[in-house]
Write a new protein. Structure first.
Ligand SMILES: Cc1cc2nc3c(=O)[nH]c(=O)nc-3n(C[C@H](O)[C@H](O)[C@H](O)COP(=O)(O)OP(=O)(O)OC[C@H]3O[C@@H](n4cnc5c(N)ncnc54)[C@H](O)[C@@H]3O)c2cc1C
Length: 484
């Protein structure tokens, strides 16, 4: 067994762990990062950027979002069912964190909304490849370089497996690398930042009731098994609910040409297994709302339906609502996607020459579907009396062929589990800090109540980088006070 000593062990090198490590090292602590994967960055390597509130980008775009506005929006959205002190500290710090990241070499494209009804809080990282998925990988690289320059030691492929407690305080962390080498690292403080349990089927079933791959289709990266949650709970931290960070999923068609998903995400007709409408489709771009709607339906499935004149309109004029996650507005590859789906027998994407045939292929009640489409076409003239959708998006479905795609409940992973306070100190059942134990990022993210807050986009990575910094600050202070 290798024996090492340091002030702080940061358990994991995702964005929260990286920010914790850099901040703690800037504050004078010696830091070791243990990372399970062969690379740092965690799920943020897939994403685009963190939230910032009151940033210079918003000011320049004359779309300022104040901390007061965001805080009030957030508290009302969550019914005050969250820690107001933590939210306030996170939001207050978020603009300065954008600048702090810039000092480390991170560049931003600007501040963006995720969909028309959201605020421009999403600070998309400049990656050299334009705006799109994986941009935030550049942020992780910059943070890793900053950490290395500050002398932070990284052990990759080395998952932590236990937090050692002595006299009620953190005294060390145990780990084992992928060659079987074991490590005991003596330390004053440990920061748990392992990103939740998004890849752990059994854990998700036990904590949330969802059956991964059956009624929940997650985007979570491999390796997120809830290790940090279990270690922190075992070390004395209180257990809070673990929830899915819901985001709807077009399972089985994501890999087809981009125009497919871009068309089916437009606010057209969405029906359930009974062939009935289920929402004002204006809100479909809010991936959490869409996922929640789907999760409430029979078999946790819905179908987004268009006819051939809607597709023709989009191909000619572009789509109604643009997604930065699928940035290509040109959907002329839609027909290639349909052809490919037909060739490969893709059951998640259906083409039919009549509504009756469509209903049969989807396994949906044909009479209901015909009634729904009739009424919907009437609402296109008179206004949406059922769910009050914006008239701009009311396009009738009259012309075969009809196309439908399955929409399922999905998630970025899990959020929450470890009780923390606004200083990111992990707390026990009596709300008292467990000496030397800190948590940040998804493992500690109980701030959304039951649904991810997409109206302030970038919230998830924003929470990770900001709580990472807070945990780094407080742990460094604690370690300094507790030097022998
Ligand atoms: C496809 C996708 C796109 C996204 N886009 C955005 C976006 O644009 N904006 C946004 O706000 N959010 C986005 N998110 C969410 C965001 O990426 C996460 O909220 C964020 O990465 C969480 O950070 P974290 O540090 O808590 O955990 P993670 O990023 O999940 O990192 C956790 C790390 O812990 C490591 N680990 C696990 N167990 C151990 C162990 N025992 N020992 C050591 N290491 C361990 C893992 O290998 C991983 O590196 C996206 C997520 C996905 C999946």
């Amino acid at each position: 067994m290798k024996k090492l000593e340091t002030d702080i062990v940061v358990i994991a090198g995702g964005p929260s762990g990286l920010c914790a490590a850099v901040q703690a090292a800037e504050d004078g602590a010696n830091v070791i990062v243990l990372e399970k994967a062969g690379v740092v960055g965690g799920a943020a390597n897939m994403g685009m950027g963190p939230l910032g509130i009151g940033t210079k980008y918003q000011k320049r775009q004359m779309r300022e979002v104040t901390v007061e506005k965001a805080f009030n929006m957030f508290m009302e959205y969550t019914h005050y069912n969250v820690d107001a002190r933590l939210i306030r500290r996170y939001f207050e710090q978020s603009a300065e964190t954008i600048e702090w990241l810039e000092e480390k070499g991170v560049e931003f494209e600007g501040a963006f909304s995720y969909f028309p009804k959201s605020e421009p809080t999403w600070h998309i990282v400049k990656s050299g490849n334009g705006i799109g998925p994986r941009a935030a990988g550049a942020m992780n690289r910059a943070l890793y370089n900053a950490a290395a320059e500050l002398g932070v030691q990284f052990f990759l492929n080395t998952p932590a497996n236990k937090i050692v407690m002595e006299d009620g305080k953190v005294a060390g962390v145990l780990a084992k690398d992928n060659t079987g080498e074991e490590y005991e690292i003596r330390c004053k403080a440990a920061i748990v930042a392992t990103g939740g349990a998004g890849a752990n089927k059994e854990f998700i079933l036990e904590k949330t009731g969802y059956r991964f791959g059956e009624d929940l289709f997650s985007f979570a990266i491999p390796g997120l098994m809830g290790d940090g949650l279990k270690m922190a709970w075992e070390a004395g931290a209180d257990q809070l609910p673990v929830r899915i960070e819901m985001a709807a999923n077009f399972e089985g068609i994501e890999e087809l040409p981009e125009g497919i998903c871009n068309v089916f995400l437009q606010p057209n007709l969405l029906v359930n297994k009974f062939g009935k409408r289920v929402m004002n489709e204006d809100h479909m771009q809010n991936a959490t709302y869409l996922s929640n709607v789907v999760a409430h339906q029979k078999d946790k499935i819905c179908y987004s339906i268009v006819d051939s004149s809607i597709v023709k309109y989009y191909v000619r004029n572009g789509i109604d609502v643009v997604s930065l996650v699928r940035p290509n507005e040109d959907v002329s590859d839609f027909y290639d996607g349909i052809e490919l789906a037909e060739k490969t027998g893709n059951k998640n994407l259906i083409k039919a020459d009549s509504i009756e045939e469509l209903a049969a292929k989807l396994g949906v009640d044909a009479e209901n579907l015909e009634d729904t489409i009739d009424s919907y076409n009437d609402y296109c003239e008179s206004g949406d009396e059922e769910f009050f959708k914006d008239k701009r998006y009311m396009r009738p479905l009259r012309k075969a062929p009809y196309y439908a795609a399955a929409v399922r409940a999905g998630g970025y992973g899990t959020v929450g589990g470890i009780r923390i306070n606004e200083n990111c100190e992990a707390c026990d059942k009596d709300f008292m800090p467990v000496p030397g134990l800190y948590a940040a990022g998804a493992d500690s993210c109980n701030i959304y109540d039951d649904s991810y807050m997409f109206l302030l986009p970038g919230n998830s990575m924003g929470y990770a980088v900001n709580t990472g910094r807070i945990a780094g600050m407080t742990a460094a202070e604690y370690a300094e006070k507790n030097q022998i």
